[in-house]
Design a protein around this ligand. Structure first.
Ligand SMILES: C[S@@+](CC[C@H](N)C(=O)[O-])C[C@H]1O[C@@H](n2cnc3c(N)ncnc32)[C@H](O)[C@@H]1O
Length: 379
């Protein structure tokens, strides 16, 4: 993987209306997400043993083809790496052809995805038995025929809510609230409860549609950024974005009403909030899957480790801001009035974030916590 500092931005995708079960138009495109998602890869790498287990145990019966599907694949670099890993275990198990399906919102940068899938005019997977395709749609909807998928995965994606549960979030820009260190805002109990309930409905919706798509015995690996007693993955990054945006509210370039309505619709789940819909006896989705494994964990963040080693604040600030710009830019852009100045204003928000971080790096420490579960579709 390359460093956390390449690529350009994609205001064009931000202007397209979101899917009806989505609250973002996707990541910043044209290779920007791919270039700035080594941290997300580290979070995936930590659960590769679960993926290996799934690839070794999915049922081999297929109507002439075995299908693997990855939901929320973005531009595909990490999605391709995931499939490569699964194929290593799966191909020796079956003579059947394998189809890899890479799915994301219709507004995703599928051009970059297709280039990743066929980099030199040939399949990246280097096997005549592997065929790839892409599907545009919300992961909260059914996107594949009934009983057609053998192994389904999603990484760093199901935290993006399917809908905005509140109209305004006037105290802060992210539902889990500010970090204890920075404390630069507030989210009320009532607001938090609305997001928690939405996050639960989203896991239920996701499980329901995947249950239809999966063959009996099919494997489902769900992994996403989250929270533990120790910290939340939103700490630091959203404090910084909040401070940067508020700077423009103070100068009047972003009006207060726009700020009140603007929030990043992502929720940091704890492990029990991920597994609850599959396990709680009262839940509609409790009988669909068997839980094989579940865990929460923390990974090292490459740009944080680098900074600890070399103390190079310039490189750290650039990588840090590029990292969170890749997944926040589309929502921020869509939250601002659609004027000719909008693109420039968005650029300046991230430049401001860079300046604030350089001035006080200790105020915005960032850690990456994640939660994951591996499920088997019940017969
Ligand atoms: C942080 S990226 C993760 C990409 C990749 N899985 C990885 O781990 O590097 C999150 C992805 O989820 C997608 N996403 C957000 N909401 C979605 C929805 N409702 N349906 C499908 N994909 C969605 C975004 O477009 C984005 O590509």
């Amino acid at each position: 993987m390359s460093g956390e500092n390449a690529g350009g931005t994609s205001p064009d995708t931000a202007r397209i209306a979101p899917d009806s079960h989505a609250t973002t138009t996707g990541m910043t495109g044209h290779g920007y997400y791919d270039a700035n998602s080594r941290t997300q890869w580290n979070a995936i790498e930590a659960v590769l043993p679960l993926l290996d287990h799934a690839a070794a145990t999915f049922p081999l019966k297929g109507d002439g083809v075995i299908t693997f599907a990855d939901y929320g694949c973005s531009e595909g670099r990490n999605s391709v790496a995931v499939m490569e890993r699964a194929l290593r275990t799966a191909l020796p198990r079956t003579p059947l052809p394998v189809q890899t399906v890479h799915s994301d919102l219709p507004t995703n940068d599928f051009g970059t995805l297709f280039q990743n899938l066929r980099p030199h005019g040939q399949s990246v997977f280097g096997s005549g038995r592997v065929f790839s395709s892409a599907v545009g749609g919300s992961m909260y909807d059914q996107l594949r025929p009934d009983r057609s998928v053998h192994l389904a995965t999603t990484f760093n994606a199901i935290g993006f809510l399917s809908r905005r549960p509140v109209e305004t979030l006037p105290g802060y820009i992210q539902p889990n609230g500010p970090s204890a260190i920075r404390g630069n805002g507030f989210v009320s109990e009532e607001e938090t409860a609305a997001f928690r309930a939405q996050a639960r409905r989203d896991v239920e919706a996701f499980l329901k549609v995947r249950a239809r798509e999966l063959v009996p015995g099919g494997q489902l690996l769900v992994q996403v950024f989250g929270a533990t007693d120790e910290a939340k993955t939103c700490d630091g990054i959203y404090d910084l974005l909040n401070d940067a945006v508020l700077g423009f509210v103070e100068t009047g370039e972003i009006d207060r009403e726009t700020y009140d309505r603007y929030y990043q619709p992502v929720y940091m789940r704890r492990l029990e909030e991920l597994t609850g819909p599959a396990l709680d006896p009262g839940s509609e989705t409790a009988d669909l899957f068997e839980l094989n494994q579940a865990r929460d964990y923390e990974i090292t963040v490459p740009f944080v480790e680098q900074y600890k080693e070399d103390g190079d604040l310039d490189t750290y600030a650039t990588a840090y801001v590029h990292f969170f710009r890749a997944f926040t830019e589309a929502v921020l852009t869509n939250a601002l009035p659609d004027t000719p100045e909008r693109g420039g204003l968005v650029d300046r928000v991230y430049e401001r974030a860079d300046e604030i971080l350089r001035a006080a790096p200790d105020l915005y420490p960032f850690r990456y916590l994640a939660v994951a579960m591996l499920l088997t579709r019940k017969p």
